[in-house]
Design a protein around this ligand. Structure first.
Ligand code: ZN
Length: 684
């Protein structure tokens, strides 16, 4: 493993600076830690609030990620209050958390890591802890003792697996105090601790010990996993099976709570799926307790009928998912102490040979973390098998970790989900105006949003803009032509692979050609019908098929216009095509009702800002149709309304949010004006 420490970069850094620098070096290497794993600390002498010099332990705060950690994400604690705890016999997790709360010097800092006691008990200035793949590969095998002696010749401490907490900290602390010359301590099936007088020393030792483990694994590899007989699927067949299967899978695992899915057919995953040993190997368990929190103890390995017959696929998938959930329930009953909050029984990782891996979770962050972690689980399993036979936590240890009181406590503290949490929305015409405002509003309320627009550059700009303020993993998009079935198919394929399906369609893309009927060109008439009617039909029809396959309902929102109930002269191509869109929405309400799929229409009027619809040409044309000066057009529309207020894209987005969420769960086939009150356009 490459040592990335740069003396020139670290020059002139104070203690905390160098700790931050070292933490980021560790965090950036996914072979050491993934997503929030690992922790680091430093002990410094500083004046307390009264000006007296005291020893302060600065340790990574809970909930931060080493890769991006900042100075203010470290908790500061009074070290002298923590050290004597090592004399105690035991301490519950709750008492430990309470005690540490009271040792904090600044309540504005985040809560300290759950491994704080361990850092405090080590009598060294700087401490680093990771879950390095190579170290875990040495301990997660039946020959652990021999392997560790071979590699480290007795200069390394070892503590057999117990859950993080007081006892683990005490055991490690006592071992190190008795053997101050150890090079580090390995926690079996968990990770590595190193220390030093400086951040550089702790880091150097860490990298050295991991490198020695890597070299050993390479030099002592006695076997490789065997490729099975299954051939690679034709990529088109694989793609089409994934498109059929994923929404079904999403629906089946969303019975208890809504999930999103992420699909992965990277080379590493496809290789693992092809090994003869993998069906059994995958069922042994996670590499570390930290991994288990995200992946559960076992993934679901599915043997699927790949004939392409969707009924047969559905039945075999459902049976295996149901079996997984039943077995999970049994496992819970066997190991629970009675008071635990039972977690969702469905798998976090689903593996299907020849097709790939799906990770499941409440949002895209969860599916991404789980996916990244499973790549490392594969790495550890493969390496452990290379030198011996992979082993994992016992059943009870796995249960105790998944139902760790501290994790359960976090559940009770979690804020309530936002209205659109775990939901996926696709928006057409999202590069500006109403589409963009709706995308931003739905994303702010927790939805995963997939923006599409004919203008590829512009839609990517908006995607990047939204990512500045909203979790970037929940925002995606691509170019899509609503009149082209192939283009729609490709966009939905991407949507399905990223998020697993769709719950909300905002069918918004449109154009506004003007012209009197006697002079209107056929091509302009036709183009309006293609986009303003057929475009909505194609996108809605595609969405309906996916929603039906998920079988978890859905909401379709059609952006209509005041012209549906109140058409405008010299605006025929637009008004006629949009009226057909309105009728289409009502037909979908009729056909979708029995599947819990709702369809509603929003009729905005005179939304001038940020829109492509109101080009200068259209403004001129509408001004002339109303017999007014073009500079007065916004004022004209405002004054003809009952409320005499301008209408903004954000106003339309508010109505879309209502229709997208369960707040409107009893509303379908409705037409809601957002026009400041145009009495001619009252829906009837
Ligand atoms: Zn750890």
């Amino acid at each position: 493993m490459e040592n990335l420490w740069s003396d020139s970069e670290a020059k002139g850094m104070n203690d905390l600076d160098s700790l931050v620098y070292m933490s980021r070096l560790i965090g950036a290497n996914t072979e050491l830690v993934v997503w929030g794993g690992g922790n680091t600390s430093i002990k410094v002498t500083e004046p307390d609030i009264a000006g007296n010099d005291i020893e302060v332990l600065k340790i990574k705060g809970s909930g931060s990620d080493l890769k991006t950690i900042r100075h203010n994400q470290f908790a500061h604690l009074r070290q002298a209050d923590i050290v004597p705890l090592i004399e105690r016999k035991d301490m519950t997790d709750e008492d430990m958390v309470d005690y540490l709360d009271k040792c904090m010097l600044d309540p504005k800092n985040p809560r300290p890591s759950v491994e704080t006691l361990l850092h405090a008990f080590l009598p060294f200035k700087c401490v680093a802890h990771s879950h390095a793949d190579a170290i875990v590969s040495l301990t997660n095998n039946v020959d652990q003792q021999k392997v560790l002696t071979d590699v480290y010749k007795g200069n390394m401490g070892l503590v057999e697996y117990i859950r993080p907490g007081f006892l683990l900290s005490k055991l490690v602390g006592e071992q190190v105090i008795q053997n101050p010359n150890l090079r580090g301590v390995i926690l079996a099936k968990h990770g590595l601790f190193t220390w030093g007088d400086t951040a550089k020393e702790a880091y150097d030792r860490h990298i050295d010990l991991v490198t020695e483990a890597e070299t050993y694994l390479k030099d002592h590899q006695i076997k490789t996993l065997t490729h099975g007989h299954t051939h690679d699927l034709d990529p088109d067949k694989q793609k089409s099976l994934v498109e059929i299967l994923t929404p079904m899978m999403r629906g089946l695992i969303s019975k208890t709570s809504k999930k999103v899915l992420k699909y992965d057919n990277s080379k590493e995953i496809m290789n693992f799926l092809s090994y003869q040993e993998s069906p059994e190997l995958s069922q042994i368990g996670p590499a570390t307790p930290d991994h288990l929190i995200h992946t559960k103890q076992k993934p679901l390995w599915v043997e699927l009928d790949k004939s392409g017959d969707s009924n047969a696929m559905y039945t075999s998938l459902k049976t295996q998912l149901d079996d997984y959930a039943i077995n999970y329930d049994k496992w819970y009953e066997q190991h629970t102490s009675g008071s635990d909050i039972k977690l969702d029984p469905f798998p976090r990782v689903i593996l299907i040979p020849q097709l790939g891996m799906w990770t499941t979770g409440k949002d895209a962050k969860a599916t991404t973390i789980t996916g990244d972690i499973y790549h490392h689980t594969i790495n550890v399993m493969t390496k452990s098998e290379g030198i011996s036979s992979f082993i994992s936590l016992s059943d009870q240890d796995a249960y105790d970790m998944e139902y760790w009181p501290l994790e359960q406590y976090k559940l009770t503290l979690a804020p309530p989900d936002k209205d659109l949490a775990s939901k996926v929305a696709l928006i057409t015409g999202a590069a500006n105006g109403i589409g963009k405002a709706i995308a931003a509003t739905l994303a702010t309320e927790g939805a995963h949003v997939f923006l599409t627009d004919i203008d590829e550059t512009k839609v990517q700009e908006v995607v990047e803009e939204l990512k500045d303020t909203i979790d970037p993993l929940r925002i995606s998009g691509c170019s899509m032509d609503v009149t082209n079935q192939q283009s729609i198919k490709e966009s939905y394929s991407q949507l399905i692979r990223q998020f697993g399906g769709i719950d909300i369609l905002v069918s918004n893309a449109g154009i506004a050609p003007d012209g009197a009927i006697d002079t209107l060109e056929l091509a302009d008439w036709q183009r309006s019908l293609d986009i303003n009617t057929t475009g909505h039909f194609l996108v809605a029809s595609h969405s309906l098929r996916i929603m039906k396959s998920q079988d978890t309902g859905g909401s379709m929102i059609f952006i209509g216009t005041k012209n549906i109930p109140a058409p405008g002269a010299e605006f025929g191509a637009y008004s006629v095509a949009k009226a057909a869109e309105g009728q289409l929405a009502r037909i979908i309400a009729l056909e979708g009702g029995e599947f819990g799929i709702r369809a509603n229409i929003i009729n905005p009027d005179a939304v001038f800002q940020g829109t492509n619809l109101w080009s200068d040409k259209i403004k001129e044309a509408r001004a002339s149709a109303h017999g007014i000066d073009v500079t007065k057009i916004e004022e004209f529309y405002q004054n003809r309304s009952l409320l005499k207020k301008p209408v903004f894209a954000e106003d339309v987005a508010e109505a879309a949010l209502f229709l997208a969420s369960d707040r409107s769960s009893k509303t379908t086939g409705a037409m809601i004006p957002v026009d400041s009150g145009v009495k001619e356009a009252f829906p009837r």
